[in-house]
Design a protein around this ligand. Sequence first.
Ligand SMILES: C[S@@+](CC[C@H](N)C(=O)[O-])C[C@H]1O[C@@H](n2cnc3c(N)ncnc32)[C@H](O)[C@@H]1O
Length: 251
Amino acid sequence: MKQFDNELHSMVLSEDGSYTAYSKEYGEHYHSTKDGALYESLIKHVEPAFKIKKNQDEINILDICFGLGFNTLATIYYHKKNSLTSKLNIYSPELDASLVKSLINFTYPKEFDELKDVIFELANSRLYSDKNLYVEIFLGDAREYVRGLAPQKFDIVYQDAFSPSSNPALWTKEYFGDIKKCIKNDGVLTTYSIALATRLALYENGFNIYINSGEGFRDATVASLCELNEFLEVDMKHKISCNPDAKPLRD
Ligand SMILES: C[S@@+](CC[C@H](N)C(=O)[O-])C[C@H]1O[C@@H](n2cnc3c(N)ncnc32)[C@H](O)[C@@H]1O
């Protein structure tokens, strides 16, 4: 096995057999070790997003935050596996430059074997481009990055920061206000967070809130500025009336 561990990160086996990492800085795993790193990425982000977005010529994806790159890589894997033909453009901010460099030494699941070139290019130059795929990693603060994005650019937003308690800046009402500006009206946001505060931060920005539930994984959230028929809607008015003191996080 390659040597990935250092003073900030260690590699951890998750329950689907794929490795994730533990961040000593944030005191959290990069993925749910119970759901499994690859399975979580596919089931909570890629599959729900592509359930809605599959028949477009071009799909723009904002992957918050790159981390070990599972959401980006699982998207490319899913796309190839299902012979989808859209051109994918993936944009992903990530604060930790040394993590991105070290991904060359991360042990990825065999499903990513055919993505070795992509992983190599991203770890070395933070850019991969071919006829059907463009991936760009921005090294820096996601808040700053999101503020500079073109309006209504994104079809899909993967909201996959560390938890609201350890990285609150990426879960506030103001942050989701900036996400609202750069997501298309019929775009879809996916996140593992089911916290009422997260859902309120989205709802108060005009997002409709849906449950992503299924066999073998804990519930997750899907949100969109338009109505989605593919998921069960969360009755936010009812949730608010049952929890009158609940508030979204604020800057
Ligand atoms: C839960 S991990 C992301 C997991 C990733 N989506 C994956 O599939 O591997 C959270 C990441 O957010 C990064 N991060 C924390 N604060 C950030 C910020 N303000 N801007 C950009 N990245 C940030 C951390 O360095 C970490 O890599």
